[in-house]
Write a protein that binds this ligand. Structure first.
Ligand SMILES: [Zn+2]
Length: 161
């Protein structure tokens, strides 16, 4: 069926793609359990907290697909936090300088702070957009590489087709 052989031990039967190895090695199970809590203010209830658990074998861990890039929501949140932290830093510097009465410097800091306040967010948005686009491209590449990867079940060598 295939002319592919393991480059290390020459095995040509017990080979799997990383995708196959990952899928067969990741099993879905279920967990049953109950928790007692109050669902309304008046009654005590029992909640079903059953859920799915997934379990991975070592092989599945080794053949796992690449991690997708950070979600847009987390990136926005992170960007906003960075911007907010930046305004605090400017405030702090301003406070330090104002305390020392360096007035010319102080107004310079105010100008920078204002610029950051107004332009920081758009600048961060543009930067993170480009950063994510880059990440996305390398992720696409990593995923397509992953699809072409095999693992030898005899000696554990992982190789490209
Ligand atoms: Zn091998």
């Amino acid at each position: 069926m295939n002319s592919i052989a393991c480059p290390r031990c020459g095995e040509d039967r017990q080979l799997q793609t990383h995708q196959m190895a990952y899928n067969t090695g990741t099993s879905q199970g279920s967990l049953r359990g109950y928790a007692i809590g109050t669902s309304t203010s008046t009654s005590l209830s029992v909640h079903d907290v059953s859920g799915r658990v997934s379990q991975q074998t070592n092989l599945a861990g080794q053949t796992a697909p690449p991690d997708p890039p950070m979600s847009i929501v987390s990136l926005c949140l992170l960007g906003f936090l960075g911007w907010f932290a930046g305004t605090l830093v400017f405030d702090f510097i301003h406070w330090l300088i104002a305390g020392a009465l360096f007035f010319p410097l102080s107004s310079l800091v105010v100008a920078f702070k204002l610029a950051w306040f107004l332009l920081g967010l758009p600048a961060l948005a543009v930067l993170s957009y480009r950063w994510r686009k880059n990440k996305n491209e390398s992720y696409q590449q990593a995923i397509s590489d992953w699809h072409r990867r095999w693992v030898c079940l005899r000696c554990g060598t992982s190789f490209y087709e």
